[in-house]
Ligand binder design. Structure first.
Ligand SMILES: CC(C)(COP(=O)(O)OP(=O)(O)OC[C@H]1O[C@@H](n2cnc3c(N)ncnc32)[C@H](O)[C@@H]1OP(=O)(O)O)[C@@H](O)C(=O)NCCC(=O)NCCS
Length: 180
């Protein structure tokens, strides 16, 4: 485990950042790692392969030890009217829950049931993937979305004031009946 007691302090007189290991007395518990060398670097496309391999390996160890899979499956559906795209929904499925990540309908066809159809598709796919819970988020100013979700059985389970864009955001959820 990375030693959490390594501090990065900006030097007062130049632009360098000094790293101070506050457990330096007696050394770190892991003799193989010199935490004075710890460096956090942005993952660039060139490094992505190595980093992804590391992440995959560490998560596989986690899954083996803890017995549940962290992996998220992602799906997306488009709605077509006369072969033209008029709406889109995307979702993420993990651990028996389905999260609606995006829902949008062309403003030219709003109010005609496309949003409802896409929401129902989201739920049916969640059930197909044995999800017992669907959840999503929206904010106070999106009255159309709030109304759509409430009409379809979603309840507000969390309120986050002064959140993104300083709006009040809501997390809404709905229990799903999973076929055995
Ligand atoms: C929210 C959105 C997806 C709804 O799509 P839609 O196709 O218009 O929805 P529907 O026609 O299926 O409407 C279903 C219900 O939503 C609600 N609704 C839709 N438009 C509404 C509006 N302008 N004002 C209030 N309620 C509205 C109503 O409850 C409606 O049911 P009703 O017709 O029985 O009254 C659409 O307005 C949209 O794309 N908005 C911009 C993107 C967005 O906000 N996405 C959601 C992010 S959380």
């Amino acid at each position: 485990m990375i030693n959490p007691r390594t501090l990065s302090l900006p030097c007062g007189s130049c632009r360098w950042v000094r790293e101070i290991n506050i457990v330096a007395v007696g050394g770190c518990h892991n003799p193989n790692i010199d935490f004075m060398e710890l460096r956090i670097a942005k993952v660039t496309p060139k490094k992505e392969g190595n980093v992804n391999a590391f992440v995959e390996m560490e998560w596989n160890k986690w899954v083996k030890k803890n017995g549940y899979n962290h992996k998220t499956k992602k799906y997306a559906f488009a709605a077509y009217a006369n072969k033209k795209i008029v709406g889109y929904v995307s979702l993420r499925i993990n651990g028996g829950t389905a999260y609606l990540s995006q829902l949008i309908v062309s403003d030219s066809v709003r109010g005609h049931g496309v949003g409802t159809s896409l929401l129902k598709k989201f739920e049916s796919y969640a059930k197909l993937n044995k999800c017992h819970l669907a959840y999503l988020e929206t904010h106070e100013k999106n009255t159309a979305a709030l109304s759509l979700y409430k009409h379809n059985g979603y309840n507000i389970i969390a309120t986050m004031t002064n959140n993104r864009f300083h709006f009040t955001w809501y997390i809404l959820s709905k229990r799903l009946k999973v076929a055995q």
